[in-house]
Design a protein around this ligand. Structure first.
Ligand code: NAD
Length: 286
């Protein structure tokens, strides 16, 4: 039987339903940028696994309220909190509220991110700064607050083997250069060494710091890459597994990385990308 033509004759993906069991029971999670796309799916998956969740968002009150309602259906607590992750005062106020209302934090998912694309010579300083401020500085500010609380509280063995877990939402573009997106690729390359350096520094306190590197995931950030059939077929040339990723593909990976099942996993990027980082152009070339 011949292989299916790229992007054709493939069914729309309906991910198989899985039980996320209650591997995160009793844990308190903060997901930034959680009212859309990957952040939303991750917040819901963490809640299905038993965590109470703070749903951070920047704009879109209704979408945030809907995520809170979805989480409550799974029996977990949820709080929507508006904050710009690139602003130190707003990040600190968000952590203060979380600790007052949920008691502590066990899991931070540093997910908020954006793109402002331009040809390199056209890129403005504002486009550069906006992307670096949200995608990199925002992750620094949230990770720093989380580490302060993890160290203050230490390990509570009934809750988790670790004193805390940080998951940074990186991208395949922490290793794959991306013309026309220099600010974005630089921010994710920065996330990679920030994550590894924090992991190295705080491992002795039993704090685990890892990244997820999504490939192409069906979210509003990249609608142009998958909505039109022609664009989708082009995209498939980059994805050996021959389907786009769904936000839940990332949410499920986040549950595992945050759980004690991954207790010996520290300082890595888990690529969840259908093989995009296998450089498929080399399958028949090179
Ligand atoms: P999205 O646009 O659906 O979601 C981005 C979220 O970030 C939104 O909730 C938005 O409100 C929030 N946000 C933006 N600026 C913010 C700020 N200043 N403060 C707080 N929140 C802010 O996009 P997505 O695809 O779900 O992206 C989520 C993360 O995944 C990003 O870090 C992105 O770089 C990364 N990622 C996405 C893909 C993909 O294919 N979709 C691939 C690799 C990496």
């Amino acid at each position: 039987m011949s292989a299916p033509e790229i992007g054709k004759n493939l069914p729309e993906v309906a991910l198989p339903s899985v039980s996320l069991a209650k591997v995160l029971k009793g844990q308190k999670a903060l997901v930034t940028g959680a009212n859309s796309g990957i952040g939303k799916a991750t917040a819901i998956c963490l809640a299905q696994a038993g965590a109470d969740v703070v749903v951070n968002y920047f704009s879109g009150d209704d979408a945030a309220r809907q995520v809170v309602a979805d989480i409550q259906k799974s029996g977990s607590k949820a709080i929507a909190h508006l904050a710009d992750v690139s602003r130190e005062d707003q990040v600190q106020a968000m952590f203060k509220r979380m600790i007052e209302e949920l008691g502590t934090i066990d899991i931070l998912v540093n997910n908020a991110g954006l793109q402002q694309d331009a040809a390199f010579e056209e890129m403005t300083l504002q486009q550069w700064n906006t992307v670096l401020n949200v995608n990199l500085t925002g992750q620094f500010l949230c990770a720093r607050e989380a580490v302060r609380e993890f160290k203050r509280r230490g390990v509570v063995k009934e809750v988790s083997c670790a004193a805390g877990k940080i998951i940074c939402m990186s991208s395949v573009h922490e290793v794959i250069p991306w013309a026309g997106h220099v600010n974005y690729a630089a921010s994710k390359g920065g996330v990679m060494l920030m994550m590894k350096s924090i992991a190295q520094e705080v491992a002795r306190y039993r704090i685990r710091v890892n990244s997820i590197g999504p490939g192409a995931i069906r979210t509003p950030i990249n609608t142009a890459a998958w909505e039109a059939p022609a664009a989708y077929n082009e995209l498939m040339k980059l994805i050996p597994y021959n389907r786009i990723g769904e936000p839940e593909d990332i949410g499920r990976a986040a549950v595992w990385l945050a759980s004690d099942h991954a207790d010996y996993v520290n300082g890595i990027t888990l690529f969840v990308d259908g093989g995009m980082t296998l450089y498929p152009g080399f399958a028949e070339g090179g």
